[in-house]
Design a protein around this ligand. Structure first.
Ligand code: NIG
Ligand code: MN
Ligand code: MN
Length: 319
């Protein structure tokens, strides 16, 4: 609006402090070139959720939540203002066919991952079912994969009763031969949210399981150091999957499967901060946020903060 100075395009008439960079300014549309750094991909699928979920709208809600924050990490003396998050966009879902939708995620992500070998994907679900096609694509493109999963639930349900839902992604990955049980680490599993049968399935397949009690009693960084060091010996790349319901319902009201006794947000942020500095960690997804039941976007705002903490140590060792 060149000749009318105080008139802005719709929705853009917001205050801009010239000395502050807001985190949403880091997100730039992908320009079709090779990315060295970070890329955002959305998988807006939630019809595959056992409980009613509007997680399909989370990729947009998480992107919007970046405008709540600045790029400056005062505690670490880091400013992310020169970091770019190349936004590859969202996968188009089939309206009625879940299997086709999941296949589209796998095929699309594979195309991106294998052509963008120096790009670390930051994936916004969607319900947790999207991690199965996402990790299949990642493993096909980047090699043997290890997974660190933050979750209240094992997500090792059988695939017979309900098909590939948000309760089955890691069973699906193990049974398809994509992921060895011994290369899966589950952190934050909690009481009255799982069955003994699925716990036993995990143990029988060599999955490392850290319950919330262990998280409370031990330092999260110790658990992660031990896990990353062990995985690094056996896999080419580590993929981090953050099911936001790992957080206590007090911190993450916008998840379908909320409950008490969960992780606090500070512990999750510390965990992701640590993982973002590990060279072997080459992908992260954030799933299970339903913005339609969230309160003041609290859960999406944690997701945006999780991403910023993941980026926080990305410049370590430079200069
Ligand atoms: N990723 C979440 N899995 C949980 C919650 C399922 C639901 O209620 O939507 C599970 O399998 O129990
Ligand atoms: Mn869960
Ligand atoms: Mn889950």
């Amino acid at each position: 609006m060149a000749d009318i100075p105080h008139l802005s395009p719709a929705g853009k008439a917001t205050f801009k402090d010239s000395e502050v960079t807001k985190a949403h300014e880091l997100i730039v549309p992908w320009n079709g070139e090779k990315v060295k750094g970070f890329g955002i991909l959305g998988a807006p699928l939630s019809k595959s959720s056992i409980s009613h979920s509007g997680a399909a709208s989370a990729p947009g809600a998480i992107r919007s939540a970046f405008s709540s924050y600045t790029t400056y990490a005062i505690e670490d003396n880091v400013d992310l203002k020169c970091t770019q998050l190349h936004d590859f966009g969202d996968v188009n879902m089939h309206v009625t066919d879940l299997i086709k939708s999941q296949q589209r995620i796998e095929d699309t992500f594979y195309q991106v991952f294998q052509s963008q070998t120096e790009m670390t994907p930051i994936i916004f679900g969607g319900d947790h079912s999207i991690s199965s096609p996402s990790i299949k694509a990642f493993s096909k493109a980047r090699g043997t994969v290890g997974v660190i999963q933050f979750d209240a639930h094992h997500d090792l349900r059988n695939l017979i009763d309900g098909g590939p839902s948000n309760g089955t992604p890691f069973r699906n990955l193990i049974e398809s031969g994509t992921l060895k049980g011994e290369n899966l680490v589950q952190i934050g599993i909690r009481n009255f949210s799982n069955s003994r049968e699925y716990h036993d399935y995990g143990k029988d397949h060599g999955v490392s399981i850290y319950t919330m009690r262990e998280v409370r009693r031990r330092n999260i960084t110790d658990i992660l150091r031990e896990s990353v060091n062990r995985l690094k010996e056996k896999v080419d790349v580590i993929y981090v999957s953050v099911d936001m319901d790992v957080l206590d319902q007090a911190f993450a009201p916008g998840c379908p499967a909320i409950g008490p006794g969960g992780m606090d947000s500070e512990t999750l942020l510390e965990a992701v901060h640590y993982l973002g500095g590990e060279k072997s960690v080459r992908a992260i997804d954030i799933v299970e946020i339903d913005p339609t039941i969230d309160f003041r976007n609290m859960t999406s705002r944690i997701a945006a903060h999780v991403v910023l903490q993941f980026l926080n140590r990305s410049h370590e060792g430079e200069g």
